[in-house]
Design a protein around this ligand. Structure first.
Ligand code: AMP
Length: 282
């Protein structure tokens, strides 16, 4: 069946309230488009667990801390809709900016503490923008289940906590990271890498794996682990490590000793493309 595309909140709400009578369990997969196999995994899981699958495609301006990144973000609605159709998605919600933000918002959702480190420390206002748009999308779609990738583990932790704190009636489902054969986490931003940059981009995942091996071998000291792991990133003028941290798996706060489940998370600039990745350990 062809995927139905809605650009307005009113149109989407009417269609969903009708469809819900026959298809009661609604799953939402929020995305920013430029869809790839990582998004595909979220859609497949939603398709397996829900009666009606909604994918939102919205490049959310208020979560970008750099205008150039927002402008360079890849956008291509027609192939994205085909991608959704091929995965059995019922509905695509692709609102223009003015539909989501008809006026400058005065209300924001902010999840403190979990947003303090990692990307939160380097991208001011990013998680406030994410938490706000996710809350809006959950209010608009009213899904029973919403799907988020572990690739963006801090985002997943922020959303999980905001749903709990605000008593939103939705189950947040975490989906594992989809990688290229050489380990590079699939991302819409990978398309902006030159062939040379693409070849060195797996350096971040290799550093994470190095940290993971040290943790698995019982090494307890986070600073030592991070020093060795960072050394796995080649000295190359195109590579700049923004952060590499070991954080509690739910708190997203740095640990000094690794004595419980942790995430090792990093952000690496490859040329002018910023890549993030993480692994769960322990
Ligand atoms: P984005 O379009 O980048 O905002 O991502 C939309 C959703 O897809 C988020 O929940 C991401 O965590 C998830 N996602 C992005 N890349 C991957 C990947 N390689 N594997 C699994 N999930 C992903």
């Amino acid at each position: 069946m062809r995927t139905r595309v809605f650009e307005t909140i009113a149109g989407l709400r009417t269609a969903l309230s009708n469809a819900r009578r026959e298809k009661p369990i609604v799953g939402l997969v929020p995305t920013m488009g430029a869809l790839h196999a990582g998004h595909g995994r979220l859609m497949e899981q939603a398709r397996a667990e829900c009666d009606l699958v909604v994918v939102s495609i919205f490049v959310n301006p208020i979560q970008f801390d750099r205008a150039a990144d927002y402008e360079a973000y890849p956008r291509a609605l027609a192939p994205d809709v085909d991608f959704c159709t091929a995965r059995g998605v019922d509905v695509v919600f692709a609102p223009p900016d003015r539909e989501m933000y008809p006026e400058s918002p005065l209300t924001f959702v902010e999840v403190t503490r979990i947003s303090d480190h990692l990307c939160g420390a380097h991208r001011p206002g990013h998680f406030r923008g994410v938490a706000t748009v996710v809350t809006k999308l959950l209010n608009v779609v009213e899904p029973d289940r919403a799907y988020f990738g572990e690739k963006d583990a801090q985002q997943l932790a922020v959303v999980t906590r905001l749903v709990r704190d605000l008593n939103l009636p939705v189950i947040i489902v975490a989906v594992g990271t989809v990688r290229e054969p050489d380990g590079l986490a699939i991302s819409s931003r990978n398309s902006r890498l030159s062939p040379d940059e693409r070849a060195i981009a797996p350096a971040l995942y290799r550093a994470l794996q190095q940290a993971g091996q040290l943790i698995a071998s019982g090494s307890p000291n986070a600073a030592n682990i991070l020093r060795e792991a960072a050394a796995a990133i080649p000295a190359d003028p195109r590579l700049r490590l923004e952060y590499l941290e070991i954080v509690g798996a739910e708190t997203m706060l740095p640990v000094e000793r690794v004595d419980r489940p942790v995430r090792v998370a990093g952000a690496l600039w490859v040329g002018d493309v910023r890549l993030i990745d993480n692994i769960l350990c322990g």
